[in-house]
Design a protein around this ligand. Structure first.
Ligand code: IMP
Length: 191
């Protein structure tokens, strides 16, 4: 089965292809020849994921999914949440992490959750799948692998941040893959 994944993020594509195995062929936006911007103006992860999936579905009329991820920090009442990608006003991961560390300075509660929502759209169906990883925000950036907030996110039960544990270990347990696994289970049920 062929499914479009509405992204050009190479990290996400590799991660999702690995998790899907041979059963599904994942096409990126580049694979289908789409190079424009996809609007992302929602105020929830669900709204953004659906907006991205619908946008591509309306152009290509093939099964498509899109994801949206937020880092929700309890002491910050769920921020940065839907604004995770541009929390500092830019998309620069270092600036975003610096803002987060400074917002949490002196806070005893550093608990947080990475949450991904996948919206899956076909001609006859539209479904959402959510994946979460609970953890906490470190005091300093640690590690150099991965992307985004990986150097400051310590998953529950681990001594290593996502950026320290290596790509393989992160693949096994991240929020996006957890959402994808739910989607795959559903696809197996209906296909
Ligand atoms: P997106 O909705 O997947 O683009 O994610 C929004 C933002 O969340 C990204 O720009 C990253 O800063 C951050 N993010 C998403 N997934 C991860 C991850 O696996 N590790 C670290 N940061 C992430």
């Amino acid at each position: 089965m062929r499914i479009i994944f509405a992204t050009n993020n190479p990290n996400k594509l590799a991660e999702m292809r690995h998790a899907l195995g041979d059963r599904f062929e994942l096409l990126s936006l580049e694979d289908i020849g789409f190079s424009g911007e996809i609007p992302e103006t929602g105020r929830t992860l669900e709204a953004n994921a659906l907006q991205k999936a619908n946008f591509i579905f309306n152009k290509y009329r093939q099964p498509v999914f899109a994801d949206d991820t937020g880092l929700e920090v309890n002491a910050l009442h769920g921020a940065p949440g839907v604004d995770t990608a541009h929390y500092s006003g830019s998309r620069d991961p270092k600036a975003n992490m610096a803002k987060l560390l400074s917002a949490l300075e002196g806070s005893a509660d550093r608990s947080a959750v990475f949450r991904t929502v996948i919206a899956y759209v076909t001609p006859s169906n539209r479904e959402f799948f959510t994946g979460e990883v609970f953890g906490s925000i470190t005091e300093h950036m640690r590690g150099s692998e991965g992307f985004g907030y990986d150097p400051v996110f310590l998953p529950q039960g681990s001594d290593l941040t996502f950026a320290e544990m290596g790509i393989e270990a992160k693949r096994e347990m991240n929020h996006r893959v957890r959402a994808l696994e739910k989607m795959v289970a559903r696809l197996k049920e209906i296909s």
